[in-house]
Design a protein around this ligand. Sequence first.
Ligand code: BGP
Length: 463
Amino acid sequence: MKYEFPKGFWWGAATSGPQSEGRFHKRHKSVFDEWYDRDPKAFFDQVGPNVASNFYNDYEADIRLMKEAGLQSVRTSIQWTRLIADFETAETDSEAVRFYNNVIDCFLANGIRPVMNLHHFDLPVELLEKYGGWTSKHVADLFAKFAARCFELFGDRVKDWTTFNEPMVIVEGEYLYEFHYPLEVDGKKALQALYNINLASAKAIEAFRASTCKQQGGRIGIVINLTPAYPRSDAEADVRAAQFAETFKNRSFLDPAVRGTFPKELVGTLATDGVLWESTPEEDAIIKENTVDFLGVNFYQPFRAKARETALAADTWLPEKYFEPYEMPGRRMNPYRGWEIYPQALYDIAINVRDNYGNIPWYVSENGMGVEGEEKFRDENDQIADDYRIDFIKEHLAELHKGIAEGSNCFGYHLWTPIDCWSWSNAYKNRYGLIAIDDLVTQKKSLKKSAYFFKKLAEENGF
Ligand code: BGP
Protein backbone atom coordinates (compact mmCIF):
# COMPACT_ATOMS: atom_id res chain seq x y z
CA MET A 1 0.00 0.00 0.00
CA LYS A 2 1.35 3.37 -0.96
CA TYR A 3 -0.50 5.80 1.28
CA GLU A 4 -1.17 4.54 4.76
CA PHE A 5 -2.91 6.85 7.24
CA PRO A 6 -2.47 7.09 11.03
CA LYS A 7 -4.20 4.46 13.15
CA GLY A 8 -7.78 5.43 14.00
CA PHE A 9 -8.00 7.91 11.11
CA TRP A 10 -11.63 8.94 10.47
CA TRP A 11 -12.98 7.95 7.08
CA GLY A 12 -16.32 9.61 6.72
CA ALA A 13 -18.52 12.15 5.05
CA ALA A 14 -20.39 15.34 5.84
CA THR A 15 -23.85 16.69 5.26
CA SER A 16 -26.14 19.13 7.08
CA GLY A 17 -29.66 19.23 8.47
CA PRO A 18 -31.03 21.89 6.10
CA GLN A 19 -29.56 20.13 3.04
CA SER A 20 -30.77 16.62 3.86
CA GLU A 21 -33.75 16.53 6.22
CA GLY A 22 -36.45 18.43 4.35
CA ARG A 23 -38.84 20.82 6.09
CA PHE A 24 -41.20 18.12 7.42
CA HIS A 25 -42.64 19.00 10.85
CA LYS A 26 -40.30 21.95 11.22
CA ARG A 27 -41.91 24.75 13.26
CA HIS A 28 -39.72 27.63 12.16
CA LYS A 29 -38.22 28.88 8.91
CA SER A 30 -34.52 29.38 8.32
CA VAL A 31 -33.26 32.23 6.14
CA PHE A 32 -33.06 29.80 3.21
CA ASP A 33 -36.64 28.56 3.75
CA GLU A 34 -37.78 32.16 3.72
CA TRP A 35 -35.79 33.05 0.61
CA TYR A 36 -37.22 30.06 -1.26
CA ASP A 37 -40.78 30.87 -0.20
CA ARG A 38 -40.36 34.45 -1.41
CA ASP A 39 -38.43 33.78 -4.60
CA PRO A 40 -38.34 30.18 -5.85
CA LYS A 41 -36.92 31.38 -9.17
CA ALA A 42 -33.64 32.19 -7.44
CA PHE A 43 -33.08 28.42 -7.05
CA PHE A 44 -31.87 26.05 -9.77
CA ASP A 45 -34.90 24.46 -11.46
CA GLN A 46 -36.91 26.15 -8.69
CA VAL A 47 -36.11 23.26 -6.34
CA GLY A 48 -36.13 24.37 -2.72
CA PRO A 49 -35.31 22.80 0.65
CA ASN A 50 -38.76 21.30 1.23
CA VAL A 51 -37.80 17.68 0.62
CA ALA A 52 -33.98 17.91 0.31
CA SER A 53 -32.85 14.25 0.42
CA ASN A 54 -35.79 13.23 2.61
CA PHE A 55 -33.55 12.29 5.54
CA TYR A 56 -36.36 13.17 7.94
CA ASN A 57 -38.39 10.23 6.65
CA ASP A 58 -35.62 8.03 5.23
CA TYR A 59 -32.91 8.30 7.86
CA GLU A 60 -32.85 4.61 8.71
CA ALA A 61 -32.44 3.47 5.10
CA ASP A 62 -30.00 6.34 4.39
CA ILE A 63 -27.78 5.44 7.33
CA ARG A 64 -27.75 1.82 6.18
CA LEU A 65 -26.52 3.01 2.76
CA MET A 66 -23.84 5.13 4.46
CA LYS A 67 -22.68 2.03 6.27
CA GLU A 68 -22.57 0.16 2.94
CA ALA A 69 -20.33 2.93 1.62
CA GLY A 70 -17.92 2.18 4.48
CA LEU A 71 -18.41 5.43 6.37
CA GLN A 72 -17.06 5.27 9.91
CA SER A 73 -18.08 8.78 10.91
CA VAL A 74 -20.63 11.24 9.57
CA ARG A 75 -21.16 14.90 10.31
CA THR A 76 -24.59 16.37 10.09
CA SER A 77 -26.20 19.27 11.93
CA ILE A 78 -29.00 19.89 14.37
CA GLN A 79 -31.33 22.52 12.96
CA TRP A 80 -32.02 25.39 15.36
CA THR A 81 -35.31 25.91 13.49
CA ARG A 82 -36.33 22.32 14.18
CA LEU A 83 -35.10 21.58 17.70
CA ILE A 84 -36.18 24.77 19.38
CA ALA A 85 -39.82 25.75 19.91
CA ASP A 86 -39.13 29.07 21.67
CA PHE A 87 -35.84 30.80 20.83
CA GLU A 88 -35.76 33.01 23.94
CA THR A 89 -36.10 30.16 26.45
CA ALA A 90 -34.65 27.37 24.25
CA GLU A 91 -37.68 25.27 25.08
CA THR A 92 -37.60 22.30 22.72
CA ASP A 93 -40.02 20.73 20.27
CA SER A 94 -40.69 17.19 21.48
CA GLU A 95 -41.08 15.75 17.99
CA ALA A 96 -37.68 17.18 17.04
CA VAL A 97 -36.03 15.78 20.17
CA ARG A 98 -37.44 12.38 19.28
CA PHE A 99 -36.14 12.73 15.70
CA TYR A 100 -32.57 13.69 16.64
CA ASN A 101 -32.44 11.00 19.34
CA ASN A 102 -33.46 8.42 16.76
CA VAL A 103 -30.91 9.67 14.24
CA ILE A 104 -28.07 9.57 16.76
CA ASP A 105 -29.09 6.13 18.01
CA CYS A 106 -29.36 4.86 14.45
CA PHE A 107 -25.84 6.10 13.59
CA LEU A 108 -24.46 4.39 16.69
CA ALA A 109 -26.36 1.16 16.03
CA ASN A 110 -24.72 1.09 12.58
CA GLY A 111 -21.25 1.64 14.01
CA ILE A 112 -21.00 5.19 12.66
CA ARG A 113 -19.62 7.97 14.86
CA PRO A 114 -21.99 10.96 14.71
CA VAL A 115 -20.31 14.35 14.57
CA MET A 116 -22.80 17.11 15.32
CA ASN A 117 -22.61 20.65 14.07
CA LEU A 118 -24.89 23.38 15.40
CA HIS A 119 -25.15 25.94 12.63
CA HIS A 120 -25.03 25.31 8.90
CA PHE A 121 -26.23 28.58 7.30
CA ASP A 122 -29.65 28.03 8.91
CA LEU A 123 -30.33 31.11 11.02
CA PRO A 124 -34.01 31.25 12.08
CA VAL A 125 -35.55 34.00 9.94
CA GLU A 126 -37.51 35.30 12.94
CA LEU A 127 -34.22 36.23 14.58
CA LEU A 128 -33.21 38.13 11.47
CA GLU A 129 -36.49 40.02 11.34
CA LYS A 130 -36.69 40.73 15.05
CA TYR A 131 -33.07 41.45 15.94
CA GLY A 132 -31.03 41.73 12.72
CA GLY A 133 -29.67 38.19 12.82
CA TRP A 134 -25.91 37.91 13.25
CA THR A 135 -25.51 41.67 13.51
CA SER A 136 -27.12 41.30 16.96
CA LYS A 137 -25.33 40.27 20.15
CA HIS A 138 -28.62 38.98 21.55
CA VAL A 139 -28.73 36.41 18.75
CA ALA A 140 -25.27 35.23 19.82
CA ASP A 141 -26.71 34.66 23.31
CA LEU A 142 -29.71 32.78 21.95
CA PHE A 143 -27.38 30.57 19.92
CA ALA A 144 -25.45 29.68 23.07
CA LYS A 145 -28.73 28.73 24.77
CA PHE A 146 -29.66 26.48 21.85
CA ALA A 147 -26.17 24.92 21.98
CA ALA A 148 -26.46 24.28 25.72
CA ARG A 149 -29.75 22.50 25.11
CA CYS A 150 -28.10 20.25 22.50
CA PHE A 151 -25.25 19.34 24.87
CA GLU A 152 -27.70 18.49 27.63
CA LEU A 153 -29.95 16.37 25.38
CA PHE A 154 -27.41 14.52 23.26
CA GLY A 155 -24.02 14.85 24.98
CA ASP A 156 -24.29 11.36 26.44
CA ARG A 157 -23.91 9.88 22.93
CA VAL A 158 -22.40 12.58 20.73
CA LYS A 159 -18.71 13.05 21.55
CA ASP A 160 -17.64 15.36 18.74
CA TRP A 161 -19.33 18.74 18.38
CA THR A 162 -18.76 21.76 16.20
CA THR A 163 -20.31 25.18 16.66
CA PHE A 164 -20.44 26.63 13.13
CA ASN A 165 -19.92 25.45 9.59
CA GLU A 166 -18.05 27.93 7.38
CA PRO A 167 -18.82 31.05 9.40
CA MET A 168 -17.05 33.22 6.78
CA VAL A 169 -19.54 32.09 4.17
CA ILE A 170 -22.38 33.46 6.32
CA VAL A 171 -20.66 36.85 6.41
CA GLU A 172 -19.92 36.79 2.68
CA GLY A 173 -23.29 35.39 1.65
CA GLU A 174 -25.55 37.52 3.83
CA TYR A 175 -23.71 40.85 3.81
CA LEU A 176 -21.11 41.06 1.02
CA TYR A 177 -21.82 39.07 -2.12
CA GLU A 178 -25.58 38.40 -2.04
CA PHE A 179 -25.80 34.62 -2.05
CA HIS A 180 -27.55 34.07 1.31
CA TYR A 181 -30.74 35.81 2.40
CA PRO A 182 -31.09 38.76 3.27
CA LEU A 183 -28.79 39.38 0.25
CA GLU A 184 -27.37 42.67 1.48
CA VAL A 185 -24.15 44.46 0.56
CA ASP A 186 -23.06 46.28 3.70
CA GLY A 187 -19.48 46.17 4.91
CA LYS A 188 -20.27 47.47 8.41
CA LYS A 189 -22.91 44.81 8.97
CA ALA A 190 -20.61 42.14 7.53
CA LEU A 191 -17.88 43.02 10.02
CA GLN A 192 -20.25 43.16 12.98
CA ALA A 193 -21.63 39.74 11.98
CA LEU A 194 -18.05 38.46 11.70
CA TYR A 195 -17.35 39.50 15.28
CA ASN A 196 -20.69 38.32 16.65
CA ILE A 197 -20.39 34.86 15.10
CA ASN A 198 -16.95 34.47 16.66
CA LEU A 199 -18.52 35.52 19.96
CA ALA A 200 -21.46 33.13 19.50
CA SER A 201 -19.07 30.27 18.86
CA ALA A 202 -17.03 31.12 21.97
CA LYS A 203 -20.20 31.39 24.08
CA ALA A 204 -21.34 27.97 22.84
CA ILE A 205 -17.92 26.57 23.78
CA GLU A 206 -18.29 28.19 27.21
CA ALA A 207 -21.66 26.43 27.58
CA PHE A 208 -20.06 23.17 26.48
CA ARG A 209 -17.40 23.46 29.17
CA ALA A 210 -20.09 24.22 31.77
CA SER A 211 -22.00 21.09 30.74
CA THR A 212 -21.20 17.50 31.62
CA CYS A 213 -20.04 16.77 28.04
CA LYS A 214 -16.36 16.98 28.81
CA GLN A 215 -16.59 14.51 31.69
CA GLN A 216 -18.35 12.21 29.27
CA GLY A 217 -15.40 12.34 26.89
CA GLY A 218 -16.71 15.04 24.59
CA ARG A 219 -14.81 17.72 22.71
CA ILE A 220 -15.78 20.75 20.69
CA GLY A 221 -14.46 22.47 17.58
CA ILE A 222 -15.47 24.63 14.65
CA VAL A 223 -15.57 23.96 10.90
CA ILE A 224 -13.79 26.65 8.90
CA ASN A 225 -13.49 26.89 5.12
CA LEU A 226 -9.89 27.63 4.26
CA THR A 227 -9.04 29.03 0.85
CA PRO A 228 -5.27 29.56 1.00
CA ALA A 229 -4.47 32.81 -0.78
CA TYR A 230 -1.66 32.77 -3.37
CA PRO A 231 -0.25 35.92 -4.99
CA ARG A 232 -0.14 36.36 -8.78
CA SER A 233 3.62 37.07 -8.58
CA ASP A 234 6.44 37.81 -6.16
CA ALA A 235 5.98 41.52 -6.72
CA GLU A 236 5.51 43.26 -3.40
CA ALA A 237 2.07 44.65 -4.27
CA ASP A 238 0.74 41.21 -5.27
CA VAL A 239 2.16 39.61 -2.13
CA ARG A 240 0.55 42.29 0.02
CA ALA A 241 -2.78 41.78 -1.75
CA ALA A 242 -2.66 38.02 -1.13
CA GLN A 243 -1.69 38.62 2.49
CA PHE A 244 -4.77 40.74 3.09
CA ALA A 245 -7.00 38.19 1.36
CA GLU A 246 -5.48 35.46 3.54
CA THR A 247 -5.98 37.49 6.70
CA PHE A 248 -9.55 38.48 5.93
CA LYS A 249 -10.87 35.29 4.37
CA ASN A 250 -9.11 32.69 6.51
CA ARG A 251 -7.69 34.22 9.66
CA SER A 252 -10.83 36.18 10.68
CA PHE A 253 -12.19 32.94 12.09
CA LEU A 254 -9.14 30.71 12.35
CA ASP A 255 -7.22 33.03 14.69
CA PRO A 256 -10.01 33.69 17.22
CA ALA A 257 -11.08 30.02 17.16
CA VAL A 258 -7.60 28.61 17.85
CA ARG A 259 -5.61 31.48 19.39
CA GLY A 260 -8.45 33.46 20.93
CA THR A 261 -7.46 36.73 19.22
CA PHE A 262 -8.08 38.51 15.92
CA PRO A 263 -5.13 39.22 13.62
CA LYS A 264 -3.63 42.59 14.65
CA GLU A 265 -3.17 43.63 11.00
CA LEU A 266 -6.87 43.15 10.36
CA VAL A 267 -8.00 45.06 13.42
CA GLY A 268 -5.56 47.87 12.55
CA THR A 269 -6.78 48.18 8.97
CA LEU A 270 -10.44 48.11 9.95
CA ALA A 271 -9.87 50.72 12.64
CA THR A 272 -8.05 52.98 10.17
CA ASP A 273 -10.89 52.54 7.69
CA GLY A 274 -13.41 53.42 10.43
CA VAL A 275 -15.34 50.17 10.11
CA LEU A 276 -14.18 48.14 13.12
CA TRP A 277 -16.90 46.16 14.87
CA GLU A 278 -18.32 47.09 18.25
CA SER A 279 -17.04 44.93 21.09
CA THR A 280 -16.33 45.12 24.79
CA PRO A 281 -13.28 43.88 26.73
CA GLU A 282 -15.59 41.33 28.43
CA GLU A 283 -16.61 39.92 25.04
CA ASP A 284 -13.00 39.81 23.87
CA ALA A 285 -12.18 37.88 27.04
CA ILE A 286 -14.90 35.29 26.27
CA ILE A 287 -13.33 34.74 22.85
CA LYS A 288 -9.86 34.56 24.38
CA GLU A 289 -10.86 31.99 27.00
CA ASN A 290 -13.01 29.70 24.87
CA THR A 291 -10.89 28.40 22.04
CA VAL A 292 -11.55 25.09 20.29
CA ASP A 293 -10.35 21.58 21.14
CA PHE A 294 -10.03 20.70 17.47
CA LEU A 295 -10.51 22.15 14.04
CA GLY A 296 -12.52 21.04 11.02
CA VAL A 297 -11.19 22.38 7.73
CA ASN A 298 -13.37 22.48 4.63
CA PHE A 299 -11.20 22.70 1.57
CA TYR A 300 -12.48 23.08 -1.97
CA GLN A 301 -10.40 25.69 -3.76
CA PRO A 302 -7.53 28.12 -3.33
CA PHE A 303 -7.84 31.88 -3.69
CA ARG A 304 -5.55 33.73 -6.10
CA ALA A 305 -5.00 37.41 -5.58
CA LYS A 306 -3.35 40.32 -7.32
CA ALA A 307 -2.85 43.96 -6.45
CA ARG A 308 -5.83 46.08 -7.46
CA GLU A 309 -5.69 47.22 -11.06
CA THR A 310 -9.10 48.81 -11.28
CA ALA A 311 -10.83 51.20 -8.92
CA LEU A 312 -13.29 49.52 -6.59
CA ALA A 313 -16.79 50.76 -7.34
CA ALA A 314 -18.69 50.33 -4.09
CA ASP A 315 -20.50 52.62 -1.70
CA THR A 316 -19.68 50.42 1.26
CA TRP A 317 -16.50 48.92 2.75
CA LEU A 318 -15.44 45.77 0.93
CA PRO A 319 -12.37 43.60 1.57
CA GLU A 320 -11.59 43.93 -2.15
CA LYS A 321 -10.34 47.40 -1.33
CA TYR A 322 -7.02 45.63 -0.78
CA PHE A 323 -6.91 42.95 -3.48
CA GLU A 324 -8.46 41.75 -6.71
CA PRO A 325 -9.21 38.13 -7.58
CA TYR A 326 -6.72 36.79 -10.09
CA GLU A 327 -7.64 34.25 -12.77
CA MET A 328 -4.44 32.32 -13.20
CA PRO A 329 -3.95 31.24 -16.83
CA GLY A 330 -3.93 27.46 -17.16
CA ARG A 331 -5.54 26.82 -13.79
CA ARG A 332 -7.35 23.50 -13.53
CA MET A 333 -11.07 23.91 -13.09
CA ASN A 334 -14.12 21.97 -12.05
CA PRO A 335 -16.25 23.53 -14.80
CA TYR A 336 -19.58 22.57 -13.21
CA ARG A 337 -18.99 24.41 -9.96
CA GLY A 338 -16.53 26.91 -11.38
CA TRP A 339 -13.95 26.17 -8.68
CA GLU A 340 -10.23 25.67 -9.22
CA ILE A 341 -8.86 22.22 -8.42
CA TYR A 342 -5.54 22.56 -6.59
CA PRO A 343 -4.85 19.63 -4.23
CA GLN A 344 -1.44 21.02 -3.19
CA ALA A 345 -3.27 23.60 -1.09
CA LEU A 346 -4.26 20.82 1.29
CA TYR A 347 -0.58 20.22 2.01
CA ASP A 348 -0.09 23.95 2.57
CA ILE A 349 -3.03 23.96 5.00
CA ALA A 350 -1.54 21.00 6.89
CA ILE A 351 1.76 22.82 7.29
CA ASN A 352 0.08 26.12 8.20
CA VAL A 353 -1.90 24.43 11.00
CA ARG A 354 1.24 22.64 12.17
CA ASP A 355 3.44 25.72 12.23
CA ASN A 356 1.11 28.60 13.04
CA TYR A 357 -1.70 27.08 15.08
CA GLY A 358 0.13 24.96 17.62
CA ASN A 359 -0.38 21.81 15.55
CA ILE A 360 -3.88 21.54 16.95
CA PRO A 361 -5.72 18.29 16.12
CA TRP A 362 -7.65 18.89 12.91
CA TYR A 363 -9.47 16.99 10.22
CA VAL A 364 -10.64 17.63 6.69
CA SER A 365 -14.30 18.21 7.43
CA GLU A 366 -15.30 18.71 3.77
CA ASN A 367 -13.67 18.18 0.41
CA GLY A 368 -15.40 17.05 -2.72
CA MET A 369 -16.38 17.53 -6.30
CA GLY A 370 -19.79 18.66 -7.52
CA VAL A 371 -20.63 17.44 -11.01
CA GLU A 372 -23.64 18.22 -13.16
CA GLY A 373 -25.35 15.53 -15.25
CA GLU A 374 -23.82 12.46 -13.60
CA GLU A 375 -26.56 10.34 -15.16
CA LYS A 376 -24.51 10.24 -18.35
CA PHE A 377 -21.78 8.31 -16.54
CA ARG A 378 -23.99 5.28 -15.82
CA ASP A 379 -22.29 2.04 -16.88
CA GLU A 380 -23.76 -1.25 -18.13
CA ASN A 381 -24.80 -2.15 -14.56
CA ASP A 382 -26.65 1.14 -14.24
CA GLN A 383 -24.09 2.41 -11.74
CA ILE A 384 -22.69 5.95 -11.89
CA ALA A 385 -19.03 5.40 -12.75
CA ASP A 386 -17.64 8.55 -11.14
CA ASP A 387 -13.95 7.89 -11.71
CA TYR A 388 -13.29 11.65 -11.71
CA ARG A 389 -14.44 11.74 -8.07
CA ILE A 390 -12.20 8.83 -7.12
CA ASP A 391 -9.25 10.57 -8.76
CA PHE A 392 -10.12 13.84 -7.03
CA ILE A 393 -10.17 12.12 -3.63
CA LYS A 394 -6.89 10.30 -4.27
CA GLU A 395 -5.08 13.45 -5.37
CA HIS A 396 -6.19 15.33 -2.28
CA LEU A 397 -5.35 12.44 0.02
CA ALA A 398 -1.86 12.19 -1.44
CA GLU A 399 -1.20 15.83 -0.50
CA LEU A 400 -2.76 15.37 2.91
CA HIS A 401 -0.63 12.29 3.49
CA LYS A 402 2.49 14.32 2.77
CA GLY A 403 1.44 16.89 5.37
CA ILE A 404 0.78 14.17 7.94
CA ALA A 405 4.12 12.50 7.20
CA GLU A 406 5.72 15.86 7.98
CA GLY A 407 4.02 15.96 11.36
CA SER A 408 0.69 17.71 10.84
CA ASN A 409 -1.83 16.49 13.39
CA CYS A 410 -4.67 15.53 11.03
CA PHE A 411 -7.03 12.83 12.29
CA GLY A 412 -9.52 12.33 9.49
CA TYR A 413 -11.03 12.98 6.10
CA HIS A 414 -14.72 13.63 5.45
CA LEU A 415 -15.95 13.81 1.91
CA TRP A 416 -18.75 16.17 1.00
CA THR A 417 -21.18 14.30 0.93
CA PRO A 418 -22.62 10.85 1.77
CA ILE A 419 -25.82 11.15 -0.30
CA ASP A 420 -26.43 13.73 -3.05
CA CYS A 421 -28.01 16.62 -1.18
CA TRP A 422 -29.61 19.99 -1.75
CA SER A 423 -26.99 22.65 -2.46
CA TRP A 424 -28.50 26.02 -1.52
CA SER A 425 -29.40 28.09 -4.58
CA ASN A 426 -27.72 25.50 -6.83
CA ALA A 427 -30.27 23.01 -5.46
CA TYR A 428 -29.63 19.68 -7.24
CA LYS A 429 -27.51 21.05 -10.09
CA ASN A 430 -24.18 19.60 -8.96
CA ARG A 431 -24.01 16.22 -7.25
CA TYR A 432 -21.35 15.46 -4.65
CA GLY A 433 -22.46 12.16 -3.11
CA LEU A 434 -20.99 8.70 -2.84
CA ILE A 435 -24.62 7.68 -3.05
CA ALA A 436 -26.87 9.01 -5.83
CA ILE A 437 -30.43 10.16 -5.63
CA ASP A 438 -31.62 8.45 -8.80
CA ASP A 439 -34.91 10.29 -8.90
CA LEU A 440 -35.83 13.41 -6.93
CA VAL A 441 -39.52 12.45 -6.85
CA THR A 442 -39.26 8.83 -5.72
CA GLN A 443 -36.05 9.58 -3.77
CA LYS A 444 -34.67 6.22 -4.88
CA LYS A 445 -30.97 6.05 -3.91
CA SER A 446 -28.06 3.90 -5.09
CA LEU A 447 -24.32 3.59 -4.51
CA LYS A 448 -21.97 5.15 -7.06
CA LYS A 449 -18.65 3.57 -8.00
CA SER A 450 -16.93 5.98 -5.59
CA ALA A 451 -18.84 4.42 -2.68
CA TYR A 452 -17.08 1.10 -3.28
CA PHE A 453 -13.76 2.86 -3.59
CA PHE A 454 -14.42 4.68 -0.32
CA LYS A 455 -15.37 1.48 1.48
CA LYS A 456 -12.07 -0.12 0.50
CA LEU A 457 -10.19 3.05 1.43
CA ALA A 458 -11.72 2.96 4.91
CA GLU A 459 -11.13 -0.76 5.37
CA GLU A 460 -7.50 -0.52 4.30
CA ASN A 461 -6.88 2.82 6.00
CA GLY A 462 -5.36 4.13 2.81
CA PHE A 463 -4.90 3.33 -0.84
C1 BGP B 1 -19.65 24.09 1.50
C2 BGP B 1 -20.83 23.97 2.42
C3 BGP B 1 -21.75 22.84 2.11
C4 BGP B 1 -21.83 22.43 0.66
C5 BGP B 1 -20.51 22.49 -0.07
C6 BGP B 1 -20.60 22.37 -1.57
O1 BGP B 1 -19.37 25.43 1.33
O2 BGP B 1 -20.44 23.82 3.76
O3 BGP B 1 -22.97 23.13 2.69
O4 BGP B 1 -22.93 22.94 0.06
O5 BGP B 1 -19.80 23.66 0.21
O6 BGP B 1 -20.85 23.61 -2.15
P1 BGP B 1 -22.09 23.94 -3.06
O7 BGP B 1 -23.25 23.23 -2.45
O8 BGP B 1 -22.25 25.40 -3.03
O9 BGP B 1 -21.76 23.43 -4.43
